[in-house]
Write a new protein. Structure first.
Lengths: 381, 258
């Protein structure tokens, strides 16, 4: 800003009872620096007094852009609203006056959102109401789902077998690689940690019991549940959520097709059918992983491991795991679909729906797992 | 605002030379030669699927030409990221649905380009955002989220965002799509008054005849059959000109093939 042309400024003077704001130089973004503008703003605000007339003079102004107008209009607003000043803008260039008029063409909508956040009590109240509404909506959803399931059993639902096969494919075979990998590694890890401890007691062979029981009864189902919640549950929420944004759900409803029959039921049933299969597979793979560790770290042979597993793990244990995995399948599919259907109509809410689908599913999986542990203990299974 | 200087200057701001656009081996349009002069409203028109929006993508540097060149301010569109970014600062784009970022309020949407590209402080950004919103008739609505706005309001908000940096060129993709005739007309008027007041050059992609006749200084007709531009000029004259290609006249007169 060495040369004269790159200057900008404003002069305040009094003339015949009027205040004159005389702008000069280049009031454009790339020239006008923040600090100088702030100084000028203070000077101009200072000259705003009760009921004064302010004349805008721009003869010496070389260039301007909308950043100048934003600056000026904010000052004008303060002047008119807070000090009752009047502005005279006869010497304003034509282009600028047109822009000013355009800006004033539509009156300002009074802001309906209050600036300050709600009070604590209001927040608690709204939160509580929200929780009850949520519970209500969830029950409504479950109710509709059960009714539609009834219709499906009676053969009166709009059911597309092609979609069902697709859902089966997505929830089953396509999830197999990741489930295999993680189950294998989990079996390996449990066996490894167990083997080191059990060696100290010279009870190496019990590695088989450890891996077999913990995986079949608990871990295989929970692990598969967590994987499927992150993989398939999230996909359900995102898919149904974007369908909502795209008004595809509305289109279904306007045709009289229940989105629950059309979208939710195939997914729920597919996941409930596939979860036990995936879990059974995870059982086998993780026991195999345990075997590798048992053979590598301890002196247990394949035959010993085999007989030890057969002796330790009963059919009931396996069935308990598979049963739990079915329930987890219901939880995952329901939270995914429910969150998707309740999704708002913009991109951000699809993200929220997906996150909350996964979080809800994993939370309920753990809660139900704990409940099952208690119930099975009481029942003596 | 540099009025005289700009009126004198009839240099083309955008120029396409032998431009061919293609998706892989599928040629959309070939051999396009046209200029957009400073300060004019140029309409790119044509039937659905003729490549209008693809041309817009090329003009804003989102797609690279299959052959030929596009010049901006006398220089070819740079392929290097940093220089392309500098060029993009000089134009604003209004997308079909407004393309507002749904997680930000209206004011934050308009403020984002200012925060990115200028060193204005918060207060000045707020002042400027207020002014831009008032220009498009949305003053006082800055705290709303896009989901709380009607389609027309979203478009106007998108326009406020496109104008945030006082661009020299404004691109509009189907500005009247999805608007009722009145809102669409109001948007046309807004475009014209912005052109007049901001001295910006405006490129509009549309097939709405009413808008074309209302706003265009010059129009370019893309023919989807011949895969090139078959006519260029004032749309009112093209409509009445018996020498103009029949496809253009049919388009402008809404005549169906018999």
């Amino acid at each position: 800003m060495s040369d004269q042309g790159r200057q900008f400024g404003v002069e305040v003077r009094e003339e015949e009872g009027e205040v004159v704001w005389s702008f000069s130089g280049e009031w454009v973004l790339r020239v006008a620096s923040n600090q100088r503008r702030d100084v000028y703003r203070k000077r101009l605000v200072h000259s705003l007094r009760e009921g004064r007339k302010i004349r805008l003079e721009m003869k010496r102004m070389k260039d301007w852009d909308t950043s100048f107008l934003g600056f000026l209009e904010a000052l004008r607003k303060t002047g008119v609203n807070e000090h009752g000043c009047t502005f005279v803008d006869e010497s304003v260039p034509d282009g600028m006056r047109k822009l000013m008029n355009l800006a004033k063409a539509v009156p300002e909508v009074p802001s309906e959102k209050s600036e300050k956040p709600d009070s604590f009590l209001t927040q608690v109240g709204l939160g509580t109401v929200g929780v009850f509404q949520g519970i209500r909506c969830y029950h409504e959803f479950i109710g509709k789902l059960l009714l539609d399931f009834g219709r499906l059993v009676l053969g009166r639902a709009s059911w597309r077998t092609k979609d069902f096969w697709l859902a089966l494919q997505q929830a089953g075979p396509q999830a197999l690689p990741i489930v295999t990998l993680l189950a294998f590694l989990t079996g390996l890890i449990i066996a490894f940690i167990g083997a080191i401890q059990l060696q100290k007691l010279a009870a190496d062979i019990f590695v088989a019991d450890l891996v077999g029981l913990s995986m079949t009864r608990e871990l295989a189902a929970v692990m598969t549940g967590v994987i499927m919640a992150g993989r398939t549950g999230a996909a359900y929420a995102a898919q149904i959520g974007s369908m909502r944004v795209n008004e595809e759900i509305d289109a279904l409803q306007s045709l009289g097709i229940s989105p629950i029959q059309f979208l939710v039921l195939p997914k729920v049933i597919a996941l409930v059918l596939m979860m036990p299969l995936l879990t059974a597979f995870a059982n086998v793979v993780s026991i195999f992983g345990g075997l590798l560790v048992a053979m590598g770290v301890t002196d247990v042979t394949v035959a010993q491991y085999h007989w030890q597993i057969v002796g330790a793990v009963s059919g009931i244990d396996v069935l308990v795991g598979l049963f739990k995995s079915m329930i987890f399948g219901v939880i995952i599919a329901l939270s995914g679909c429910y969150r998707g259907l309740r999704c708002g109509k913009d991109a951000a809410s699809v993200g929220r729906a997906t996150t909350s689908a996964v979080v809800t599913a994993i939370t309920w999986i753990v809660v139900f797992d704990a409940l099952f542990a208690v119930v099975f203990h009481i029942l003596g299974i | 605002m540099r009025d005289e200087e700009k009126k004198l200057c009839q240099e083309p701001i955008i120029e396409a030379r032998k431009l061919t656009m293609a998706y892989g081996s599928l040629v959309v349009q070939k051999d396009l030669n046209f200029k957009v002069r400073t300060g004019e409203v140029k309409v790119i028109m044509g039937g659905s699927g003729c490549g209008k929006s693809t041309l817009l993508q090329h003009l804003i540097g989102m797609m690279a030409p299959a052959a030929g060149e596009i010049f901006f301010f006398g220089e070819p569109i740079p392929s290097e990221e940093g220089r392309l970014r500098n060029l993009r600062k000089r134009f604003g784009v209004l997308y079909q649905g407004g393309a507002l970022w749904s997680s930000l309020t209206l004011a934050e949407n308009v403020a984002l380009p200012l925060e990115e590209y200028t060193d204005l402080n918060k207060r000045e950004i707020a002042e400027l955002v207020d002014f831009k919103l008032s220009l498009v008739g949305l003053s006082g609505l800055g705290r709303r989220y896009p989901s709380e706005l009607s389609g027309g309001m979203k478009k106007r908000a998108g326009l406020a965002r496109a104008m945030a940096l006082d661009p020299e060129v404004l691109f509009f993709d189907e500005p009247s799509a999805g608007l009722d005739p009145l809102s669409s007309r109001r948007l046309d008027e807004l475009i014209l008054s912005l052109r007049e007041t901001l001295q910006a050059t405006i490129v509009v992609v549309t097939h709405e005849l009413d808008s074309i006749f209302a706003i265009a200084d010059s129009a370019l007709f893309l023919d989807s059959g011949k895969k090139t531009a078959t006519a260029e000029g004032d749309p009112r004259k093209l409509r009445d000109d018996e020498n103009a290609p029949s496809s253009v006249r049919k388009f402008l007169r809404r005549e169906a093939d018999s």
